[in-house]
Write a protein that binds this ligand. Structure first.
Ligand SMILES: Nc1ncnc2c1ncn2[C@@H]1O[C@H](COP(=O)(O)OP(=O)(O)OP(=O)(O)O)[C@@H](O)[C@H]1O
Ligand SMILES: [Mg+2]
Length: 213
């Protein structure tokens, strides 16, 4: 097996990297039926904390995911090693530091870049996109924490289009259930399967899989 390595990266802190990594992992495991691994390269360890909460909630043998950590260039090695035995490897990276995200972006088949719809977030995003371009890795933006009925979101969507960045049409709204589910070590598709948030995640996965296979 040679699974796909999806690295979630964004220099801007708090954009939703960890939330997206966890949600994509759970949804891809369910949809594909293949083994899925998550790799935490962020020393903050938020994805690891989510995974520990998941073990508590579902039982150690019932998380449906394999969890690893790595740092520095070990991230590239670990991601590639996991891809030999998993259909998908989701890599969560730290904010700010080029050096920490670089090996994970280098190893990736695709980089997924969560972005909140504000001008400041878009500025930070170009650095992440440039980094992916230097590593020859295709990058896709995902609008996250989109507020209901904000005219700024439309303006930002236009600005992203004008920037030439590749953005997925599916978006995730600003919904408290994302934060609540993360606290319990689950995803919104598990916590509240019929919620708007879960529908958004399902749409995102459909679009993502149609793009990456
Ligand atoms: N779609 C959403 N709706 C509501 N809250 C969200 C959403 N996405 C993320 N959050 C919340 O925003 C905060 C930041 O999210 P998260 O930790 O996933 O970002 P991050 O990019 O991993 O942060 P860091 O850069 O510190 O690693 C968290 O409190 C999370 O619960
Ligand atoms: Mg994080």
């Amino acid at each position: 097996m040679s699974g796909r390595i999806l690295t979630i990266a964004q220099q801007k802190g708090g954009s939703g990297k960890t939330t997206l990594a966890a949600h994509l992992a759970v949804a891809l495991a369910k949809r594909s039926g293949e083994p899925v691994a998550i790799l935490d390269v962020d020393p903050q360890g938020s994805l690891g904390t989510w995974y520990e909460a998941r073990e508590e909630s579902l039982g150690e043998d019932n998380t449906g995911l394999e969890f690893r950590t790595a740092s520095g260039w070990g991230a590239r090695r670990e991601a590639r090693s996991l891809a030999k035995s998993h259909g998908y490897v989701l890599v969560d990276t730290p904010p700010k530091t080029d050096s920490d995200a670089k090996p994970a972006i280098d190893a990736a088949d695709f980089v997924i870049v969560p972005i909140q719809p504000t001008p400041v977030d878009l500025w930070a995003t170009s650095q992440t996109i440039d980094l992916a371009a230097r590593e020859d890795t295709p990058a896709m933006l995902v609008l996250n924490r989109v507020p209901p009925r904000a005219s700024l979101t439309g303006e930002m969507a236009d600005a992203i289009l004008a920037s030439g960045f590749d953005a997925l049409a599916s978006r995730l709204g600003n919904r408290t259930v994302f934060a609540a589910a993360m606290g319990k070590g689950v995803a919104v598709t598990e916590e509240a399967p019929s919620s708007k948030a879960a529908q958004e995640v399902e749409s995102l996965i459909e679009e993502l899989v149609s793009r990456i296979g």
